[in-house]
Design a protein around this ligand. Sequence first.
Ligand SMILES: CC(C)(COP(=O)(O)OP(=O)(O)OC[C@H]1O[C@@H](n2cnc3c(N)ncnc32)[C@H](O)[C@@H]1OP(=O)(O)O)[C@@H](O)C(=O)NCCC(=O)NCCS
Length: 213
Amino acid sequence: MTDAVAAISDDGARLATEEVRDLSDLDMDDLISAAHDAIALDGGFGWLRPPAHSIMRQYWRGVLLIPERRLFVARLDDTICGSVQLHFSSAQNEAQRLVGRLSTFFIAPWARGRGLGSRLLVHAEATARESGLLALELNLRATQERARQTFEARGYKNWGINPHYARIEGRWVSGYSYSLSLIDGEGEDGGDGDGGGDSHGDGDGDDEGGGER
Ligand SMILES: CC(C)(COP(=O)(O)OP(=O)(O)OC[C@H]1O[C@@H](n2cnc3c(N)ncnc32)[C@H](O)[C@@H]1OP(=O)(O)O)[C@@H](O)C(=O)NCCC(=O)NCCS
């Protein structure tokens, strides 16, 4: 585990975020439980219903093995209660080498409203900057209202809506695409205006492709 950042909330709870490169059995169980609760309430990162514990364990083990992936977790009173992942482009994706992507952003329902979601983003953004990334992007379902508020409060700009983002219970759910420049003072329209032709490409070979983040 690296880079723990801690604070005390108004109600006296200990708040922390950290980057993890390995998970103890206890931490793994807590992460699985937190993800289960978040998916059960809101859906998330592709799942509509919480998968079996063993599938979820396999998923998180896989995340820790991906070289182009960094995993950050939030802790409330030392118990893991949420996460976000920072994706780097693979070597062949030269055009997007300096653009990172965020995924799997959630806080368990019982830990929300204490600023941990924002703290996770602060930590991931700081790591992205330290790693030389110049921008971050992400997609989410239009229905994920609090996540949208959280990103917008941190300056992420919604640049597009995909009406066919997800198919849930026989209906299309729109998806919102967000972007954040990590260059100090740069506006969000600082790109080359080509309409994002190669953005969100699936060509980075990661396990989620262009799917839900
Ligand atoms: C989005 C999410 C991670 C936020 O977690 P959180 O720890 O509650 O967030 P914070 O306490 O840091 O609050 C962040 C912002 O969310 C909004 N927010 C938080 N609690 C809120 C509430 N009760 N009502 C309305 N807005 C709220 C505010 O804009 C807040 O910013 P502020 O503190 O500057 O006012 C959490 O709600 C969640 O897991 N949602 C479901 C999963 C999801 O949608 N993930 C996105 C997929 S990428």
